[in-house]
Design a binder for this molecule. Structure first.
Ligand SMILES: NC(=O)C1=CN([C@@H]2O[C@H](COP(=O)(O)OP(=O)(O)OC[C@H]3O[C@@H](n4cnc5c(N)ncnc54)[C@H](OP(=O)(O)O)[C@@H]3O)[C@@H](O)[C@H]2O)C=CC1
Ligand SMILES: O=C(O)[C@@H]1CCC=N1
Length: 278
């Protein structure tokens, strides 16, 4: 089995570990490096995996190294990986989950030829329903992508795009769960305002979201047609949609996703980085 070291045991690191363990990966094949003492204890207790405070310790003997720290912490991790790389005889695949950080940022510091796969995952991988999108770095071969795909496929769908599209992917599916949670939160509050108990409103919203997503995935109809099918002439849905359109919901989504994509690009833009060609 592939041995995986996860650097950063925060929200997305935990979602990955938890999803992998739920889906057939063995505790002995997973190790997490995490800076924060309490968090280390929490992860070790919850998942019975090895958790260390040292990146060099975690990556020793790993086939795949997943970097799951905040974008600002990536450079420090890459420096540690570069120092540790000399100790490893075997090729290790680096998988970067950090929003915005380009593969070249790793490649310029790691030993020449290091395979770096940039991945944008999302938190539903915690329940095996993630959407992960991979982009290959300069030295990545098909066999590296196959290995990473096998890991991510245990926790959801996996697709591949050119790295130039990863900021857009981040705006759609990386941040996407937050948009749906926001809509759910607003609908639940609105249901409560109409007199439903919070428990009833929550159950109804969750099931309506689940059912709607299942219809989109399985019916073969597109979103516009499915929405039209709910909207009876002169009925309740038409009255509601008119208010949503008046509130600018559609424009708000265009603007929101543009802002997310822009922010992703900003996170990766560091003025003094060498160019990909150097
Ligand atoms: N959350 C999400 O939905 C998604 C996140 N991502 C990406 O995943 C990355 C992590 O995000 P998220 O999990 O939300 O962030 P978190 O802050 O929850 O987790 C990062 C963890 O890494 C720890 N850490 C920092 N530096 C090191 C280090 N050198 N060695 C070991 N551990 C370290 C942090 O500790 P401390 O807090 O003490 O610094 C923290 O516990 C980000 O780059 C983000 O862009 C991608 C897709 C979705
Ligand atoms: O908000 C963020 O920056 C991260 C990346 C995608 C989802 N969460």
């Amino acid at each position: 089995m592939t041995r995986i070291a996860v650097i950063g045991g925060g929200k997305i690191g935990e979602a990955l570990v938890s999803g992998l363990l739920e889906n057939g990966f063995a505790t002995k094949d997973l190790v997490v490096a995490e800076k924060f003492d309490e968090r280390r204890e929490e992860l070790a207790r919850e998942y019975a995996i090895r958790v260390t405070d040292s990146t060099p310790d975690a990556v020793e003997g790993a086939d795949v190294i997943v970097v799951a720290v905040k974008p600002n912490d990536v450079d420090a991790v890459v420096t540690a990986l570069a120092a540790a790389a000399g100790d490893s005889a075997d090729e290790q695949i680096i998988v970067s989950l950090a929003a915005g950080i380009p593969t070249v940022r790793y490649e310029t510091k790691l030993p020449a030829g290091s395979p770096v796969v940039r991945v944008m995952p999302n938190t539903p991988m915690l329940v095996g329903e993630g959407a992960s999108v991979m982009a290959a770095g300069r030295y990545v071969k098909q066999q590296h992508l196959d290995t990473v795909r096998e890991i991510l496929a245990a926790v959801g769908t996996v697709s591949v795009v050119p790295e130039s599209q990863i900021d857009a992917v981040t705006a759609v599916s990386g941040s996407g769960p937050a948009y749906f949670f926001l809509v759910a939160e607003a609908m639940i509050d609105a249901g409560v305002a109409l007199g439903l108990t919070r428990a009833v409103a929550t159950d109804l919203v969750v099931q309506t979201m689940t059912g709607s997503a299942a219809m989109l995935a399985k019916s073969g109809d597109n979103a516009a047609d499915l929405r039209a099918a709910v909207t009876s002439p002169g009925g309740t849905t038409a009255a509601a949609i008119r208010e949503l359109e008046r509130g600018g919901v559609r424009t708000a989504f265009y603007e929101a996703l543009e802002a997310a994509k822009r922010r992703s690009a900003q996170l990766g833009a560091v003025a003094d980085q060498p160019s990909a060609a150097s």
